[in-house]
Design a protein around this ligand. Structure first.
Ligand SMILES: Cc1cc2nc3c(=O)[nH]c(=O)nc-3n(C[C@H](O)[C@H](O)[C@H](O)COP(=O)(O)OP(=O)(O)OC[C@H]3O[C@@H](n4cnc5c(N)ncnc54)[C@H](O)[C@@H]3O)c2cc1C
Length: 326
């Protein structure tokens, strides 16, 4: 039967396909409802498939995002199937505006898949950012870390398997699986809240591992709602708000009127002058960063990595301990 639902060819192409993330994780777009036209239709509360040009839809979508008129983008939804290490899931679940169903380790047997950071992700504690990493971890420390991780995970996996074989309840057997163990969930969220999630989680200040998931999801959004995605990049992700003091400082440098913007002759502002104007040393650094031209990120999905659901399911089943139990 032919559908009367709006479908988007670029989204249909990846629907139900699995994109590997990290060493054993994945993200799949299971379903979606709506696209940019539905954002427009909701904003106008108008009928059916319209005759409007893409340029008109684009103008409205961009206007809505620029002016934080966000409810029309709540009319578009994405449903994803994702597998991620438990420590990533713990960060992800903080986004309360999604509907979630996680694999029940009380009911199901857990695939014994553990995240192991690659050598290039193995890093020292950052000196400048307490939540960050710094390059320069000695190779020998990485080698020993891998050995220790493997020993610990073998032990945790063996204990899990043994408890199951002894017919201990699954909800007890799983209690010492490490937070590197992969879990899975179905995650449904509307476009407005998804873009908020992406703004926080593709950001370099987010943990690198969750960034990898967010980047793939951003690539999916670009296919489902390309105009909203573009507006998000322009008005949210790469935009920066200016504070009152910052605007006053810029006002001493630039002349802005109906004819355009011009630099005031010979105008300059020193760090000390910015501090005198009321900015802290950190705010001065942040203002300088804000004024650098941003680099456009590339979240294009790599379709060559995409696998079908059966292939991904087989990989997961293979990792479930064989206890002879159902
Ligand atoms: C880089 C980074 C570091 C972090 N570090 C820590 C940390 O050290 N410790 C820690 O505990 N968390 C940490 N977090 C989590 C963070 O504090 C947020 O919980 C998380 O990012 C979810 O953001 P949110 O609440 O805006 O999103 P959502 O839960 O998706 O909510 C979206 C929006 O809905 C509104 N909203 C939702 N629920 C409520 C509510 N109950 N009341 C009012 N408004 C609501 C808010 O406007 C909110 O912004 C960190 C997050 C990031 C990105």
């Amino acid at each position: 039967m032919e559908t009367r639902r709006p479908t988007i060819p670029a989204a249909e192409e990846i629907l139900g396909r699995y994109f590997p993330v990290l060493d054993h994780g994945f993200v799949a777009l299971v379903d979606y409802m709506g696209s940019d036209e539905d954002v427009e239709r909701a904003a106008r509360v108008s009928y059916g498939a319209g005759t409007r040009k893409v340029s008109q839809t684009r103008g409205l979508v961009r206007y809505l995002r620029r002016h934080r008129h966000t409810t029309p983008s709540e009319m578009v939804e994405l449903k994803l199937h994702c597998a991620m290490p438990m420590f990533v899931a713990r960060q992800w679940i903080r986004h309360r505006t999604a509907s979630v169903n996680e694999l029940s380790a009380r009911y199901s047997l857990m695939p014994l898949l553990f995240y192991e950071p690659g050598a290039e992700q193995f890093a020292l504690q950052s000196r400048s950012n307490r939540q960050g990493r710094e390059t320069g971890a000695p190779e020998a420390v990485y080698r020993e870390a891998v050995e220790r991780w493997e020993r610990l995970r073998r032990d945790a996996g063996d204990t899990y398997r043994w408890l199951l074989e002894e017919d201990v309840a699954r909800e007890i057997a799983r209690i010492d699986l490490p937070v590197s163990t992969y879990t899975q969930w179905y995650w449904k969220i509307d476009l407005h809240n998804l873009l908020h999630f992406l703004s926080l989680r593709v950001d370099p200040r987010a943990q690198w591992e969750i960034q990898q998931f967010a980047r793939v999801i951003a690539g999916m959004v670009a296919r489902v709602a390309p105009l909203s995605y573009e507006a998000w990049i322009d008005y949210d992700l790469l935009a920066e708000p200016l504070t009152r003091v910052e605007r006053e400082i810029l006002g001493t440098l630039l002349d802005a009127d109906g004819n355009g913007i011009a630099a005031r002759d010979g105008a300059a502002v020193t760090t000390d002058a910015m501090k005198e104007a009321g900015l802290s040393a950190r705010e001065v650094r942040e203002l300088v960063d804000k004024l650098r031209a941003p680099e456009r990120p590339d979240f294009t999905l790599d379709l060559s990595t995409m696998v079908d659901a059966d292939t991904m399911a087989a990989k997961m089943y293979e990792a479930v301990p064989d206890t002879g139990l159902e």
